[in-house]
Ligand binder design. Structure first.
Ligand SMILES: [Zn+2]
Length: 568
């Protein structure tokens, strides 16, 4: 961000401070309402048929999932845990002392990476050892801390193209709006603890980036941060993913035989998975279960669909599964509430079921990598929920489990923007050019093995702080202005839907009037939306979003190669 942008950002924020407090209050009020309200200005996901669909060209994918969740099967997950723990027994713990190993061709092998000879497909290791870092060197702002080895990442992508991508299996589980410190606070979250015990966990602040869901999930699912992609709110914008291809598009463009799948109960996620020149092979949208007051039944349906996909004769190579209830509980009751804690515990059950299904496939001879990630945290109190820069909102995490990762380890160099580059790397595909993320497998030099992992994670979270004041002000202004078009979009959707109900009643004159009103709402609403969106885009530009970026588009495939049916 340039000085000019910061100054302008502050100037904008000055305006906001005067006139914007009313806006902020209105936004917070709308956000505090039922989170499935179509007109809500929630910074988090909204329900099925969310405002996003109003600007989406794609119909909501149908789903045929059974709504019969079963309790977590702890045993298979435990087997996987034991298997991973056994691997770690041969790993050499990293101490954080400077690495003095000679450069390639004898690179320092990260503790997390098994010897290449033990793997059917050699996994990447950094080509050049770089100075390791310990958790003790974390800065107060967190986001400025990232010991990176870009050259190592490039070398890895260039050299390990011997992987057969149709034999690779990667599952990414997205858990929306979940604070790690709230997971740790409940010792009965055994599935999270088992998984972390068998994985490398990154405690990663996204301070300096918007903490609204869609910008953050776009970063996770494309490898492009919000200030690259230009995604500033929860309005799905199809064109974004032509410029910034999703992980699904990147995998399909690399090799069409990779079976890609997305299952989610927030339509923005399924919109993203269905976007781009080559969408995911299978996109399953799970609509809100009628009468599901806390989204637990709906997440259970996502879990059932995920387990069913994993129990199929041909499991997907890449599966992204998304769970929403923790974020919804955070919006309605706050991150410090018992309801938020209970939502996390139910999600822990969901995680256990999914990991049991993964363990069953591994027992049958497949090899899986599992990455669990959140998009942002939550304010403790009831209110806006998230969207600003407090440590509770910017706190995120990435849990990476598989042969390429250690057990019970902590890695403070991980970031949520690394997920897509990591997936591409695991499949042996090309790195997303222009992504600021790198494959997590290249960050082994930042690996540490804490004596007390849970305490180490708590300590790491405690070091996370606010960004500098200019960044804080600029991003807060961006969030407030970006919320205006989102709110208008939701209002148009609500009014149009309500008027449609009247029009559908087929009452003489009343129905005709409703149709006229509906047309007026859409025309006037469109103008208001465009006006607020121009304003929001201007603020985005002034606060560091590169709205003129060309991204890293992938050429459309020949027409014959496009699938005729996108939906499961
Ligand atoms: Zn979110």
């Amino acid at each position: 961000m340039t000085v000019k942008q910061v100054c302008l950002g502050i100037a904008v924020a000055g305006v906001v401070a005067g006139t914007g407090s009313a806006i902020a209050t209105a936004v917070a009020y709308a956000d505090a309402g039922p989170s499935d309200s179509q007109g809500g200005a929630s910074a988090g996901p909204s329900s099925s048929g969310s405002p996003s669909t109003a600007r989406s060209h794609k119909p909501a994918p149908k789903t045929g999932v059974a709504n019969t969740p079963r309790r977590a099967g702890g045993a298979p997950a435990t087997r996987r845990t034991v298997a991973r723990a056994a691997q770690s027994a041969v790993a050499v713990p990293q101490t954080g002392t400077p690495e003095t190993a000679p450069p390639a061709p004898s690179p320092a092998v990260p503790a997390s990476v098994k010897p290449a000879s033990a793997l059917p497909n050699p996994l990447p290791v950094p080509a050049q050892p770089v100075a390791p870092v310990s958790t003790l060197t974390i800065t107060s702002t967190g986001y400025s801390y990232r010991a990176r080895s870009a050259s190592a990442a490039a070398a890895v992508f260039a050299t390990h193209n011997t992987v057969d991508p149709t034999n690779v299996h990667v599952l990414v589980i997205g858990v929306d709006g979940t604070n790690m410190r709230r997971i740790l606070a409940d010792p009965t979250n055994v599935n999270f603890f088992n998984l972390m015990g068998a994985s490398t966990t990154g405690i990663a602040s996204i301070a300096g980036h918007t903490t609204i869901s869609n910008p953050s999930w776009t970063a996770i699912l494309t490898g492009a941060w919000d200030n690259q992609s230009g995604v500033i709110n929860n309005v799905f914008t199809a064109g974004t993913y032509d410029k910034w291809p999703t992980v699904f598009t990147q995998l399909e463009a690399y090799n069409r035989d990779i079976n890609t799948m997305a299952i989610a109960d927030w339509s923005v996620i399924t919109d993203i998975a269905g976007a781009g020149v080559i969408p995911a092979d299978t996109v399953t949208f799970v609509p809100k279960v009628p009468g599901d007051s806390n989204w637990s039944l709906t997440d259970a349906a996502v879990t059932s669909a995920t387990v069913a996909a994993l129990q199929g004769t041909a499991a997907p190579n890449f599966l992204f599964s998304y769970l929403v209830q923790v974020d919804e509980a955070g919006h309605e009751y706050g991150g410090a509430s018992s309801q938020y804690a209970e939502a996390i515990h139910r999600t822990d059950d969901n995680l256990g079921q999914i990991m049991a299904a993964v363990a069953a496939r591994e027992a049958a001879g497949e090899n899986w990598t599992v990455i669990v990630v959140t998009d942002h945290g939550h304010q403790p109190q009831v209110g806006f929920g998230h969207g600003f820069q407090s440590p509770d909102e910017t706190s995120t995490w990435v849990i990476a489990n598989g042969d390429a990762f250690g057990a019970g380890q902590l890695n403070m160099a991980y970031s949520i923007v690394d997920v897509t580059p990591t997936v591409m790397d695991l499949f042996g595909g090309p790195a997303p050019q222009g992504s600021t993320g790198v494959s997590l497998t290249t960050l082994g030099e930042s690996q540490v093995t804490p004596v007390n992992p849970q305490q180490a994670i708590k300590d790491a979270i405690a070091t996370q702080g606010w960004p500098d004041i200019a960044t804080n002000v600029a991003l807060s202004a961006r969030t407030i202005f970006a919320t205006l078009p989102y709110w208008v979009n939701g209002t148009i959707y609500t009014l149009t839907s309500e008027l449609q109900k009247i029009a559908s009643q087929d009452t003489f004159l009343i129905s005709q009037l409703a149709q006229v009103a509906q047309a007026a709402v859409q025309v006037i609403g469109g103008v208001v939306y465009a006006a607020t969106d121009v304003l929001a885009q201007l603020v985005a530009l002034l606060t560091g979003v590169d709205i003129f970026s060309k991204g890293y588009p992938i050429d459309p495939p020949p027409a014959a190669a496009r699938p005729s049916v996108l939906v499961a």
